[in-house]
Design a protein around this ligand. Structure first.
Ligand code: NDP
Ligand code: 8X3
Length: 254
């Protein structure tokens, strides 16, 4: 039976690929992001290509009033959200703690932690009321190990990891699954955002490595939702074959 899936940050990368994967399975989609035109183009494409219903919602997850007004006033036939993929997130800048840009810190913490919390706060009561649902939080290997220059991004993803564990406990008796997914290097717009539009620096992150594709992660996210109701994948780390963890990668030299 078709499910209703809400994906935050669906305008590019992992979120967009996840939207495509669920559309292929004929699920109904609520897609969010700040870039309105991209949301509309993707929504029209998925509706046309796969014949699925899509509700695009353009808002900034950092703004609590926007999150609550959009998700608190869903049309009646969109209120029953079966799966929430908390994907919207970003890294901005790389730098030592003593020289970091505090605006960058605000953006990461407000998006990756507070945004995820606001969306979850808006969506989870309906799941609790119905006694079913699945929340998938996109953390990172940066939420498993910290690395130099990445303190605040890592801290924000450790927070996601902790929230996944804590949500699972709070939602346990309500029959709601919580899955934490921690990807390693995936080539999306992530590095372009981290390096503030510097394409050369962004591309250099993947030199000599075959990184994950958004579709690889989308497939894993989708898989987690296809297991029998009594089975929950709690935590899943996924890296490219050439990456062991946040520190060790094997780069081919030509
Ligand atoms: P992208 O930059 O390609 O996508 C990020 C998405 O998040 C976009 O759709 C963007 O939409 C959305 N987003 C960012 N800020 C906001 C905001 N304030 N409000 C609403 N939406 C927002 O990167 P990825 O696909 O790689 O990133 C997706 C998630 O995966 C992130 O949480 C990231 O931390 C995580 N991740 C990525 C890895 C990688 O190597 N790529 C590895 C591990 C984890 P818009 O700009 O339209 O608002
Ligand atoms: C993105 C992966 O290694 O840049 O979350 O932190 S990493």
């Amino acid at each position: 039976m078709s499910k209703t899936v809400l994906i935050t940050g669906a305008t590019s990368g992992i979120g967009e690929a996840t939207a495509v994967r669920f559309a292929k399975a004929s699920d109904r989609l609520i897609l969010t992001g700040r870039r309105k035109e991209r949301l509309e183009v993707l929504s029209a494409h998925l509706a046309g290509q796969y014949g699925v219903e899509v509700l695009p919602l353009c808002f900034d997850v950092r703004v609590r009033s926007e999150v609550m007004s959009h998700l608190g006033s869903l049309p009646d036939d969109w209120k029953k959200i079966d799966i929430l993929v908390n994907n919207a997130g970003l890294a901005v800048g790389l730098g030592h703690i003593y020289e970091g840009d505090t605006d960058d810190w605000d953006r990461m913490i407000d998006t990756n932690v507070k945004g995820l919390l606001y969306v979850t706060r808006a969506v989870s009561p309906g799941m609790v009321e119905r006694g079913s649902g699945h929340i998938i939080n996109i953390s990172s290997i940066a939420g498993k190990d910290v690395y130099e220059n990445g303190s605040v991004y890592c801290a924000s993803k450790y927070a996601v990891d902790a929230l996944s564990k804590a949500m699972r406990i709070d939602l346990l008796k309500h029959g709601i699954k919580v899955t934490n997914i921690a990807p390693g290097m995936a080539e999306t717009e992530f590095s372009l955002v981290r390096f503030k539009g510097d394409r050369v620096k962004a591309a250099s992150v993947y030199t000599g490595i075959e990184p994950l594709k958004s579709e690889d992660i989308a497939e894993v996210i989708f898989y987690c939702t296809t297991l029998p109701d009594h089975v929950c994948i709690n935590d899943l780390v996924i890296t490219p074959k050439a990456q062991a963890n946040a520190f060790y990668s094997h780069r081919k030299t030509t």
